[in-house]
Design a protein around this ligand. Structure first.
Ligand code: NDP
Length: 278
């Protein structure tokens, strides 16, 4: 009898998740025998659903909106980057039976920017829009790249200031509101708000992007997102969406579970070609 290891993504909603497809391609590419499903889990059912999954023999989970903070609380042990981000997107059953929580979102973004797009972040002035779960996961991995500074701007200003204060000891990080961005310029603007999902933009002042600056929207869709279009209109050298990050964070989770690194570029190219052909 052949034993197949089980993995899944939990979220609410989850219908449109690309994770099952991505992990199935990784498994075929690396010769790993596994199944990866998707399960719609409302927040209030999360602890029971996770316990049932692992008791039933599951080996690892991805958790997405709105479950990352709950996954952080659920994990028995956390990696340093998960501890810092207070959000977990990857749960992994450990040999002795405990559940390890990690956050692979930040490393996914940094890998997509630096490896896939050849961006050197050292010395860059970076603006992160949003102070929610995704923004939280990005700050430490970006600071590790010897950037000049990170400004976190958020609609609810207190959240940006509080988030920045948690990282003061690791680099130059400040929090503010959108009005405070006037007369400032940045080399990289990351949209970590959820505004693109509803076709909106945060209120961004003119001339925010430095010459040859870059824009990166964590959101992705089959059409260029409204923030990707904002970047192009503002003469960004590159204006990217979060599809590459999605594949890279998945690859990091796959590595945590299986100890094997899948090749990500063919998967990004495949998913890109599919949306271009729509
Ligand atoms: P959260 O709900 O935790 O945070 C949402 C953020 O957006 C908050 O800062 C919120 O501000 C801000 N926001 C929402 N509406 C508005 C608005 N109308 N105007 C200004 N700001 C607004 O979401 P996440 O952080 O988990 O996710 C953010 C985005 O990142 C999503 O689009 C998600 O799909 C994407 N993502 C992509 C990943 C990838 O792999 N590509 C991985 C993870 C996330 P306030 O605090 O004031 O409410």
């Amino acid at each position: 009898m052949t034993l197949v290891d089980h993995y899944a993504v939990f979220g609410y909603p989850i219908k449109h998740s690309k994770s099952p497809r991505i992990h199935q391609i990784f498994a075929e590419q690396t010769g790993q025998l596994l199944e990866y499903g998707a399960q719609e889990v409302p927040a209030e059912q999360f602890p029971t659903a996770v316990a049932t999954f692992f008791i039933g023999g599951g080996k690892g989970l991805n958790c997405t909106i709105p479950l990352k903070e709950l996954a952080w609380a659920y994990a028995d042990k956390k990696t340093e980057r998960a501890q810092l981000s207070k959000a977990v997107n990857t749960l992994a059953l450990q040999p002795e039976g405990s559940i390890l929580g990690d956050n692979t979102d930040g490393i996914g973004l940094v890998t997509d920017l630096m490896i896939n797009h050849g961006v050197n972040l050292a010395g860059s002035k970076i603006l992160t829009l949003g102070a929610g779960g995704a923004s939280r996961g990005l700050i430490a991995p970006i600071l590790e790249q010897s950037v000049h500074s990170i400004v976190i701007a958020n609609r609810t200003i207190d959240k940006a200031i509080n988030l920045a204060s948690e990282f003061h000891h690791r680099g130059t990080v400040t929090g503010c509101g959108y009005d405070d961005l006037k007369n400032q310029q940045f080399d990289l603007i990351i949209n970590a708000t959820s505004t693109s999902l509803s076709g909106e933009l945060p209120p961004l002042p003119e001339d925010l992007l430095a010459k040859n600056g870059l824009c990166y929207d964590l959101a992705y869709s089959n059409e260029p997102t409204i923030f990707v279009r904002w970047g192009l209109k503002n003469h960004a050298a590159k204006s990217l969406d979060g599809l590459g990050m999605l594949v890279e964070q998945a690859a990091e989770a796959f590595f945590i579970w299986r100890g094997v690194r899948p090749k990500t570029l063919p998967v990004i190219e495949l998913l890109n070609s599919e949306r271009n052909n729509l």
